[in-house]
Write a protein that binds this ligand. Structure first.
Ligand code: GTP
Length: 592
C-alpha cells in the first residue's frame, strides 16, 4: 500500500460521550464487520471491559474505505495505563475527538486534547448525540472556540442513529496527514500492544514507522537485542488476517515465536537483524509495577491452581509481577505487583472468574526503602516484613508529581483532598477562563489508596489525574500492627504516617469491628505501634438465641443457606480461631 493511501487515527473522548458506539458505526458503515457478526462494541474484547465500560487494552482494526486503508487504534482510558495510551497515540497521525452534544467539553476532553497536541496529532472534532433532545451543538461550538479549536471544523453526528458517519470517514481521509515514511529505510516498527496466544506465542501489535517486514525475516527487538524469525505478518480486519508484507505507514501484527510478552514490551522498536535501524524510536520505557499486594487462596489447597493461573496471566501482561510469599496469618500466597489499583482489581477479578478461584487480597502497598542503623538498605513492599523500629535509621517512600486538570469551581475540593493525602502544593495554572491545572507533590502511597475515586466523586467526574514518579524521599512513617483476638495478623499490618497513626489505628479497629463477623466468643481488635497498643475495639460474642433464629433447626433451609454461600465467593480467611473477610484487608483504603 502506498503511504498516501493510509491514515492512522484514534478516537478520544470523555467517558460515555460515545467513543465505542462511533467506532462500531464506522465498522458497520464500511462493511468491516457484517451485521450478523457485529457484537456490541467489538473493540472492547474482554468481558470485564464490557461490564465495567472501560477499555483496558489497546486494540486495532483496519478499515477499507474509498480505496484508502484507515487504521483505527483504540486507546485505554485509565491513569494506570497512561503509558500504553501514549504509545498508541505515537502510532497515529490524527485523532477524532468525540464530544457529547448535551454534555459539552469536559475535563477528560481537555486532557485528551493535551495528549493529542503533545503527539502532534491532527484533531477532528465530532459533536456526537445530536439526536438527543438536550443536544446543544452551538454551545459546544462556543466551547471549542474557547479552547482554541476551530468550531467550523466540527462535524455534527449521531453515532446512535448513524448520522454523518460518512462525513467523519471522509474527514479522516482529507484532514489527517498520510504517514510520512520511507519504505526503503531499515525497519522501525513501534510495538503499541502485545498479547500472548497459546498457539502462536506473542502477537505484537505494530505500527511500521519505516521499512517493511515479511514472513521469514529475522527481526530484532531493540531494547533487549533478542532476535526471532517472523512466522506471519498481517492486519486486523478486525480478525487477524495474514498478509504478505507490512510496509511503512501500516498497522498490523507480527508473530515470530516469542514466548513471553516480557520480551516484546509496549514501546519497544522492532528492526531487522541483517539491516538494523541506527536508533530505536523515542519514548521506550519499561513500565514497572508501582503497587504491591498479597494474593492468597481462601482455601489453602488452591495454591497450585493460583500459581498456574498467575503464570498464565503473566504471559499476557508484562507489567504484572508475582513471587511466592508466606504470611503467618494467611499461609502460602503470592506478592504481586501492579500498575495501579484498577490493574489490581482487574487481575483479581480475572483470577476469580476465569480460574474460579476464591481469593483474599491484602491492602496494596508501595515499595519502601529502609536504611538500617547498621547501614543496610532494604527494599520492602510488604509491611509485614518491616524490621524492628529500633533498627531503623530512616524510611524513604516514593513520591510522585501529580497533575490534576479540572474546572475552576472544584479547585477548593481538590486542594483539600490533596492536602488530606499529604500533598504538597506546587503550582496552579489557568488553562483558560475556567479550567485549571493543579500540581502537587504527593506520596505514591496516598495516590494508590482511594484517591482517584475520591477525586472523581468530589469533582463530579470532571477532574483527571496524571502522575509520574519523582523519586524517593525520607518520611516519618511507622508500621501499624493489628491484633485480632490477641494475635498479630501480619497481613493486616500497614505503613502510615506518624502524624496520622493514632487516627488510623482508631479508625481501623472500629472498621474491623464492623466487618469481621461475630463469633461464639468475644473478639478484641487492637492496633499497635512497636508493641504499644494505641486503639482497641471489641466484637461482642454471638448470643445463642441469635444463632437459633438464624438457622431455626430446619436442616433443608440451613443447607440451602450454605449452598448459597458457596456459590458466591466467600473471600473469607480463617486466621487462628477467627474468620476475617476480604473487606477487613481493604479497610485501610477506605479511610474517613
Ligand atoms: P467509554 O468506553 O465508557 O469511555 O464510553 P464511550 O465513550 O465509548 O461511550 P459509549 O459508546 O459506550 O456510549 C455511551 C452511551 O451513550 C451509550 O449508552 C450509548 O448508547 C450512548 N450513545 C452513543 N452515541 C450516541 C448518540 O449519538 N446518541 C445517543 N442518544 N446516545 C448515544
Amino acid at each position: 500500500m502506498q503511504t498516501e493511501e493510509i491514515r492512522n487515527f484514534c478516537i478520544i473522548a470523555h467517558i460515555d460521550h460515545g467513543k465505542s458506539t462511533l467506532a462500531d458505526r464506522m465498522l458497520e458503515y464500511t462493511d468491516t464487520i457484517t451485521d450478523r457478526k457485529m457484537q456490541k462494541q467489538v473493540l472492547d474484547k474482554m468481558d470485564l471491559e464490557r461490564e465495567r465500560g472501560i477499555t483496558i487494552k489497546a486494540q486495532a482494526v483496519t478499515i477499507n474505505y474509498r480505496d484508502y486503508e484507515l487504521n483505527l487504534i483504540d486507546t485505554p482510558g485509565h491513569v494506570d495505563f497512561a503509558y500504553e495510551v501514549s504509545r498508541s497515540l505515537a502510532a497515529c497521525e490524527g485523532a477524532i475527538l468525540v464530544i457529547d452534544a448535551a454534555q459539552g467539553v469536559e475535563a477528560q476532553t481537555m486532557a485528551n486534547i493535551y495528549l493529542a497536541l503533545e503527539h502532534d496529532l491532527e484533531v477532528i472534532p465530532v459533536i456526537n448525540k445530536i439526536d438527543l433532545p438536550a443536544a446543544n451543538p452551538d454551545r459546544v461550538k462556543e466551547q471549542l472556540l474557547e479552547i482554541g479549536i476551530d468550531p467550523d471544523e466540527a462535524i455534527l453526528a449521531s453515532a446512535k442513529n448513524g448520522t454523518n458517519i460518512d462525513k467523519i470517514l471522509d474527514a479522516v481521509i482529507e484532514r489527517i496527514p498520510a504517514p510520512q515514511a520511507g519504505a526503503d529505510q531499515p525497519l522501525k516498527a513501534l510495538v503499541f500492544d502485545s498479547f500472548y496466544d497459546s498457539y502462536q506465542g506473542v502477537i505484537a501489535y505494530v505500527r511500521i514507522m519505516e521499512g517493511s517486514v515479511k514472513k521469514d525475516d529475522n527481526i530484532l527487538l531493540m531494547s533487549n537485542q533478542k532476535s526471532y524469525q517472523v512466522d506471519e505478518v498481517g492486519y486486523f480486519g478486525p480478525d487477524m488476517t495474514p498478509k504478505k508484507e507490512l510496509t511503512a505507514g501500516e498497522v498490523g501484527y507480527i508473530i515470530s515465536g516469542i514466548k513471553d510478552v516480557r520480551n516484546c514490551r509496549v514501546g519497544d522498536t522492532i528492526t531487522k537483524k541483517e539491516r538494523p535501524a541506527a536508533a530505536a524510536l523515542p519514548g521506550y520505557q519499561k513500565v514497572k509495577p508501582m503497587v504491591f499486594s498479597g494474593l492468597y487462596p481462601t482455601d489453602n489447597s488452591d495454591y497450585e491452581v493460583l500459581k498456574e493461573a498467575l503464570e498464565k496471566l503473566q504471559l499476557n501482561d508484562a507489567s504484572f509481577t508475582f513471587e511466592p510469599e508466606t504470611s503467618e496469618a494467611l499461609g502460602f500466597g503470592f506478592r504481586c505487583g501492579f500498575l495501579g489499583l484498577l490493574h489490581m482489581e482487574v487481575i483479581q477479578e480475572r483470577l476469580e472468574r476465569e480460574y474460579d478461584l476464591d481469593l483474599v487480597i491484602t491492602a496494596p502497598s508501595v515499595e519502601y526503602n529502609i536504611v538500617k542503623k547498621n547501614g543496610d538498605v532494604l527494599k520492602i513492599e510488604n509491611p509485614a516484613l518491616f524490621p524492628d523500629p529500633a533498627e531503623i535509621a530512616e524510611i524513604k517512600e516514593p513520591f510522585v508529581n501529580a497533575e490534576i486538570h479540572l474546572p475552576e469551581e472544584y479547585v477548593g475540593q481538590a486542594m483539600e483532598l490533596c492536602q488530606d493525602n499529604r500533598g504538597e502544593f506546587a503550582d496552579m495554572q489557568y488553562i483558560d477562563q475556567d479550567r485549571v491545572t493543579l500540581s502537587y507533590k504527593m506520596p505514591l502511597s496516598e495516590i494508590i489508596t482511594d484517591f482517584f475515586n475520591q477525586l472523581k466523586s468530589r469533582t463530579r467526574g470532571y477532574a483527571t489525574l496524571d502522575y509520574e514518579l519523582k523519586g524517593y524521599e525520607k518520611s516519618n512513617l511507622v508500621k501499624l500492627d493489628i491484633l485480632v483476638n490477641g494475635e498479630l495478623v501480619d497481613a493486616l499490618s500497614t505503613i502510615v504516617h506518624d502524624d496520622n497513626s493514632y487516627q488510623e489505628g482508631n479508625y481501623l479497629t472500629r472498621r474491623l469491628k464492623e466487618v469481621i463477623p461475630r463469633h461464639m466468643f468475644k473478639v478484641p481488635i487492637q492496633a499497635a505501634i512497636g508493641g504499644k497498643i494505641i486503639a482497641r475495639a471489641n466484637i461482642p460474642a454471638m448470643r445463642k438465641n441469635v444463632l437459633q433464629k438464624c438457622y431455626g433447626g430446619d436442616i433443608t433451609r440451613k443447607r440451602k443457606l450454605l449452598e448459597k454461600q458457596k456459590e458466591g465467593k466467600k473471600r473469607m480467611k480463617q486466621v487462628g480461631s477467627v474468620e476475617i473477610p476480604q473487606e477487613a484487608f481493604m479497610a485501610i483504603l477506605e479511610r474517613e
